[in-house]
Design a protein around this ligand. Structure first.
Ligand code: 5AD
Ligand code: SF4
Length: 458
């Protein structure tokens, strides 16, 4: 029986797909592996452990797993000691069936068992070859204790897991289980520890953060949690995602006013502009109700950035339904939209609906949305030319001597590239005048450092 040695330096190669929850899970796995003296590597052929953190929200994402596993099969044949683990939503869904599909996999770790990675890797070999996919219900404090998901001064902090909404197209309630929230004191302890480690920007993540406080575990409301997080000593920016339009409350909208470190960005997936499709999706709002909420938010905070997700080709979507979605896009004038082709997911209600839309119609509708949105996004970016924005540095242009090309983000989340002769550290806050607008970014010139102690509000 061979136990995994921790005596010499060991390397882990990690690939992460999918949403913010997977990013957080990866961060927690990295935290546990750090405790085991693992270092990360960019090269799978140099790794002792390979972890693929998978997504199954659309079939394309799921197929990626199989093509990647094919790549790693040869490595395993060359080095039988290599450990290959599959985590995330595909792991949760398929469980031990993955061993049959790819016998060279060593470990399958489901979405609610991420915190057990260390304990399982420390087992002797025969006991390590397991698929751990049971759902746990409420959240223990120790499950989220090892977050190493810090990247350039930013971190994702999970405040809850799972989803109880069961939108008819969505696999998440099946792969991530029932909603459960973390206690506010555990979340705030994690945020403080991250800030002490140099993190300046925290994104509170959950599949549906507006449900925080409703299911098991939470002791305060989500708006209250945001206020408490924003009051953490030394924190400069707080973001959150994802919000459900049916649950956005007046109290939450107020928090933006009261809390300057709360970034001026709201991701509010609408999914469709047709009331009959929204009903079949089980979204719980009409297009008019959605637009009314965005109108109120924009009236109150004219500089806020609103982004959305849209699915095209949901079963039964007619040309008229699609037209309604285009009308909504033109009315809402989102700062950006993530548009997806509907992908039937096994086990979801909509996968069995009649009227599946042909692939070429879905592709045409996707292109139509992307083209319209491209124009709206560019117009929004152009409106910022000549304005002064507060930018937090993310990439500080490492080449001394050469013209320093620095990039960062506004509070709204827009990427800004600018020049600065002096070296700026990651996480520093500066004022930049915007000189040009592009499709996906802004260009500007450094003006000055942002006043210390002031919140960044772009
Ligand atoms: N097909 C296509 N897109 C989907 N999404 C969720 N499920 C599906 C599906 N079956 C999209 C939604 C969601 C985003 C994260 O992924 O727009 O907001
Ligand atoms: Fe999926 Fe709907 Fe839950 Fe979002 S709210 S994760 S789309 S079921």
């Amino acid at each position: 029986m061979v136990a995994l040695s921790t005596e010499r330096g060991r390397y882990v190669y990690l690939e992460t797909f999918g949403c913010q929850m997977n990013e957080n899970d990866t961060g927690r796995m990295m935290g546990l592996l750090k405790d085991m003296a693992f270092k990360t590597t960019e090269r799978p052929d140099a790794a002792d452990l390979i972890i693929i953190n998978t997504c199954s929200v659309r079939d394309k994402a799921e197929h990626k797993l199989y093509s990647i596993l094919g790549r790693f099969k040869e490595l395993k044949e060359e080095r039988p000691g290599l450990i290959i683990a599959v985590a995330g939503c595909v792991a949760q869904q398929l469980g031990a069936a993955l061993f049959k599909r790819a016998p060279y996999i060593d470990l399958v770790i489901g979405t609610q068992n991420v915190h057990r990675l260390k304990e399982i890797l420390e087992r002797p070999l025969p006991l390590r070859r397991v698929a751990v996919t049971e759902f746990r219900g409420s959240i223990d404090a120790n499950e989220y204790a090892h977050n190493d998901a810090t990247d350039g001064g930013k971190a994702f902090v999970a405040i809850m897991r799972g989803c109880d909404n069961f939108c008819t197209y969505c696999i998440v309630p099946y792969t991530r289980g029932a909603e459960a929230s973390r206690k506010s004191s555990d979340i705030l302890r994690e945020v403080s520890a991250l800030v002490n480690d140099g993190v300046k920007e925290v994104t509170l993540v959950g599949q549906n953060v507006n449900s925080y406080g409703r299911g098991s575990g939470a002791d305060v409301s989500f708006p209250e949690l945001l206020r408490m997080t924003a009051a953490t000593d030394g924190i400069r920016r707080v973001r959150f995602m994802t919000s459900h339009p049916k649950d956005i409350s007046g109290e939450l909208i107020d928090v933006f006013q009261q809390t300057p470190v709360l970034c001026r960005h709201l991701h509010l997936p609408v999914q469709s502009g047709s009331d009959s499709i929204l009903k079949m999706m089980r979204r719980g709002y009409t297009a008019a109700q959605y637009l009314e909420k965005t109108r109120r938010i924009r009236q109150r905070y004219p500089d806020i950035s609103l982004t959305s997700d849209i699915i095209v080709g949901f079963p039964g979507e007619t040309d008229a339904d699609f037209e309604a979605t285009m009308l909504l896009i033109n009315e809402a004038r989102f700062d950006n939209v993530f548009a997806f082709i509907y992908s039937p997911r096994p086990g979801t209600e909509a996968a069995g609906y009649a009227g599946q839309v042909p692939a070429e119609i879905k592709a045409f509708r996707l292109q139509t949305i992307l083209e319209t949105q491209r124009e709206i996004t560019l117009a929004g970016n152009r409106a910022l030319e000549g304005s002064i924005q507060e930018v937090m540095v993310e990439d500080r242009g490492a080449r001394p001597g050469a013209e320093r090309k620095i990039s960062g983000r506004t509070s709204c989340g827009r990427i800004v590239h600018f020049h600065c002769e002096e070296g700026l550290s990651t996480g520093s806050e500066v004022r930049v005048i915007i000189t040009a607008a592009h499709q996906n970014s802004l260009r500007g010139e450094f003006i000055a450092h942002a006043a210390q102690g002031q919140a960044t509000v772009a």
